[in-house]
Design a protein around this ligand. Sequence first.
Ligand code: SF4
Ligand code: FES
Length: 354
Amino acid sequence: MSAPRPYTLIAELTYRCALKCPYCSNPTALRDHRDEMSTEQWLRVLTEAEELGVMQVHFTGGEPLARKDLEPIVRRARELGLYSNLVTSTVPLTRERLVGLKEAGIDHVQVSMQSTRPERADDIAGYEGHAHKLTAARWVKELELPLTINVVLHRANLDEVEDIVALAEELGADRVELANTQYHAWALLNRDTLLPTREQLERASVVAAKAKARLRGKMDVLFVKPDYFSTKPKACMDGWARRFVHMTPGGFVLPCHAAMQITGLSFDSARDRALGDIWENSPALRAYRGDAWMPEPCRSCERKEVDFGGCRCQAFALTGDASATDPVCSLSPQHHLIRDARTTAAPKRYLYRG
Ligand code: SF4
Ligand code: FES
């Protein structure tokens, strides 16, 4: 079977970041992942990604601005005709640097925020950065770049959806992403504290739906529902190693941000081999591509081409078996793991990333 064409490269340039968000998707064993690819290696990877069919690249992290060589990397993306998105906390950003990044060719900026309330925002981030984020978001619009405001939602801020939408409007954002927490990595460690109540979620969904209707044609409002209150999994990453190439700061080529935790899979590094060769032939990327790996009930399920069997990382994290049916699915024999997590959640202090 030849590999499908990927459209998006998610380039985690570094795991360094001043913030300590308790839902961070970076590995929990951060000290094992300090190694970073050089500028030259990233420039080569971008060229190989474009040859593979990739059309857009998200520069993310950690905090991608922590890389002093972000500008030449962005410039290469522009030369290759890739649409580039900077995913940032903005914390080390200056206006001058943003001007430079625009000149280098950045096409879009996504600013992450934690809350509309400064004290709460800084408490969630474990860092005093909220005021700077507001300033930096305004620079993005002053420089006439498209702006997305992204807020990861959980128990502490899910009641703020109306205020978050109002803040995004005030900042002139083109899009607001209300992304309920996905429970991987640090978020899984903090799950008891982050899980909202069903009532909170239902209220927030109604508010988000009204905002979406009111702002149609003016600002996109995206509300990503949480798996833990669903009985049908999402098509995680649009299917394993199907549309997204995910790269770690050290050069490992993954299907998603969380796959390194799956023991028994050995991922290849773009430092050693061409990206196209890895995409096509890596045993780890082939492991859950397509549907040959699926157990029942997925194998004979009519939704298997809709959700591709859900999330392999979630199946591994909760059951110890990456080929198990995603426990979010009500047909999974382990669906009780999701139900139990909801009913036993009891908020504590955050365990901050770091
Ligand atoms: Fe998706 Fe498998 Fe559940 Fe069907 S049985 S809905 S394919 S996770
Ligand atoms: Fe890895 Fe869902 S996060 S497959």
